[in-house]
Design a binder for this molecule. Structure first.
Ligand SMILES: O=C(O)CCC(=O)C(=O)O
Length: 260
């Protein structure tokens, strides 16, 4: 049992069918190592300065985390709005909404001696779940090679199809083993978690989630990204941050690009 890993040339229909079935898939080397390295170096000083602030029982005490990613790394926009990722988000989310937005963007650097994170579902932030409807998807970009030893993300395959109120017992997990520039994509309902780092080097990832446009975003981008920074991005990125209504009425504001 392994996590299916596809080259970027895979047909979208095959990739999306595997994602619906298994709850997670890898798109291998979707971004160049140049881009992965550029994002990692833009994030580096922020990990070093504030990465420890988010440490907790859930996030770990040997893991650095940062948010407000579009404020800290301009090149992260190329990952966040990667056309292949948006194509997958379109397929999973657009049947249930007019548009979707970033839920959250989080840099996660798992350091040696970190233990395995508690398995969880990202959509647990919302109080209900509806069979057949995903609230969000998550994308964890490998900014280092992800290995079995350095904390490659654990996933319970098929757990996105579990009936409520099933919880994990001792089901086996598979890990996202993938070279730098790859992405593991998982449903909001898929049980997963960061791995233990038994290597001697840290493992950096960038996790971006995308949620239905009529839901509250996990990270408040209006407050976490200064307005002048938000305005400096092109319209598709501003829309993903939340600068759009859901249609003409929900979340309306003067200048809504879709009316009113
Ligand atoms: O870093 C990882 O591999 C996964 C982290 C994660 O799932 C989370 O913190 O929500």
């Amino acid at each position: 049992m392994t996590l299916k890993s596809f080259a970027p040339s895979v047909a979208s229909s095959e990739l999306i069918a595997a994602l619906r079935e298994d709850g997670a898939v890898i798109l291998r080397e979707l971004a160049s190592t140049e881009l992965a390295d550029a994002v990692a170096s833009e994030l580096r000083p922020h990990f070093d300065r504030i990465g420890q602030k988010a440490q907790s029982d859930f996030n770990g005490y040997k893991t650095l985390r940062i948010s407000s990613i579009l404020k800290r790394s301009r090149r992260s926009a190329e990952l966040i709005a990667h056309p292949r990722i948006l194509e997958i988000a379109d397929a999973i989310l657009l049947p249930h909404c007019i548009n979707y937005r970033i839920g959250s963007c989080t840099g996660i650097e798992i350091w040696p001696e970190e233990s395995q994170q508690r398995l969880h579902r990202d959509d647990g932030i919302y109080p209900i779940r509806m069979p057949g409807m995903e609230w969000q998807i998550g994308v964890n970009w490998a900014l280092d090679d992800f290995t079995l030893e350095n904390g490659g993300t654990h996933v319970i395959l098929g757990s996105n199809r579990w009936k409520e109120p099933r919880l994990p017992q001792d089901e086996p997990t598979v890990q996202a083993v993938m070279p730098k520039g790859s992405a593991v994509i998982y449903m909001g309902s898929t049980w997963h978690g960061g791995g233990a780092n038994r290597s001697n080097r840290p493992r950096m990832g960038l996790v971006n989630t995308y949620s239905l446009g009529w839901l509250r975003q996990e990270e408040n981008h209006y407050l976490s990204i200064p307005r002048e920074v938000a305005d400096s991005y092109p319209e598709p990125i501003r829309r993903l941050m939340g600068y759009q209504g859901h249609g003409r009425i929900l979340g309306w504001f003067p200048g809504n690009p879709d009316g009113y």
